[in-house]
Design a binder for this molecule. Structure first.
Ligand SMILES: Nc1nc2c(ncn2[C@@H]2O[C@H](COP(=O)(O)OP(=O)(O)O)[C@@H](O)[C@H]2O)c(=O)[nH]1
Ligand SMILES: [Mg+2]
Length: 218
């Protein structure tokens, strides 16, 4: 097999969609595999993308919550992409705008056929807020596997960290095997091998592995 292990360091900026309301007009064709990253603003999404790809500035990190409203798409290779969805749930945005975003996020999750996995990033000190649950429920309803990533785990001592991880696992247990929960620190690299291994699996759905094997034989 030519690409059994995806090298996430190869991620390259592909395109930005300026407005989530017209996502379908801006995104690349709905083919191959897409893995989306979602989370409340300030959850540590940009930092996680930078750590996972070992690129300092792939996704810009910001101390001002809610600055990244663009949807950024990064190509891993010709068949696979990472999508940085806009952060949700920050206070300064008018309600009507929040509703519009929520609707568009839901639509993306429900309609994007190539979406093969959703990473929901949550600050380990504030997990499972309403919109996080909403994202997870939408994904599960669409049979999309979820990784609930508990970020900034360096902020908690090991015992408190494992306590939260276990509580979140318990809270999400009813969703079944399709929802995984892992601690993560972009600062320290904690949890990185585990996350990369899960993302790597998502990058290799049976249909794509078979299609690539067929193409190789021709
Ligand atoms: N201690 C610690 N801080 C983090 C970590 N990840 C992100 N941060 C900080 O949290 C803030 C928000 O991070 P950012 O990646 O911009 O979050 P985003 O809004 O979800 O993209 C920044 O000040 C980061 O430096 C982490 O793993 N550990
Ligand atoms: Mg960000």
């Amino acid at each position: 097999m030519t690409d059994s292990r995806i090298d996430f360091r190869q991620a390259k900026f592909l395109i930005s969609a300026p407005d989530i309301a017209h996502l379908d007009e801006h995104l690349p064709g709905d083919v191959g595999v897409e893995i989306a990253f979602a989370g409340r603003s300030n959850a540590g999404k940009s930092s996680a993308l930078n750590q996972l790809t070992e690129q300092k500035n792939l996704a810009r990190t910001s101390k001002t919550p809610g600055r990244t409203q663009l949807i950024n798409v990064f190509a891993l290779d010709e068949h696979r992409r990472l999508v940085d969805l806009p952060g949700y749930g920050f206070a300064q945005v008018p309600l009507a705008m929040k509703k519009k975003w929520q609707q568009a996020l839901g639509q993306y999750l429900q309609e994007r056929d190539c979406l093969s996995g959703l990473v929901v990033l949550m600050d380990i000190r504030h997990p499972l807020k309403d919109l996080d649950m909403q994202m997870i429920e939408w994904a599960v309803a669409c049979d999309i596997p979820v990784l609930a990533l508990l970020t900034k785990c360096d902020k908690l001592a090991q015992s408190a960290r494992m306590k939260t991880v276990n509580e979140v696992r318990k809270a999400l247990a009813d969703f079944g095997d399709g929802v995984k929960v892992e601690p993560f620190s972009s600062l320290k690299g904690t949890g990185k091998p585990k996350v990369l291994s899960i993302l790597n699996q998502w990058c290799h759905p049976d249909w794509l592995v078979e299609a690539l094997a067929d193409a190789e034989q021709e």
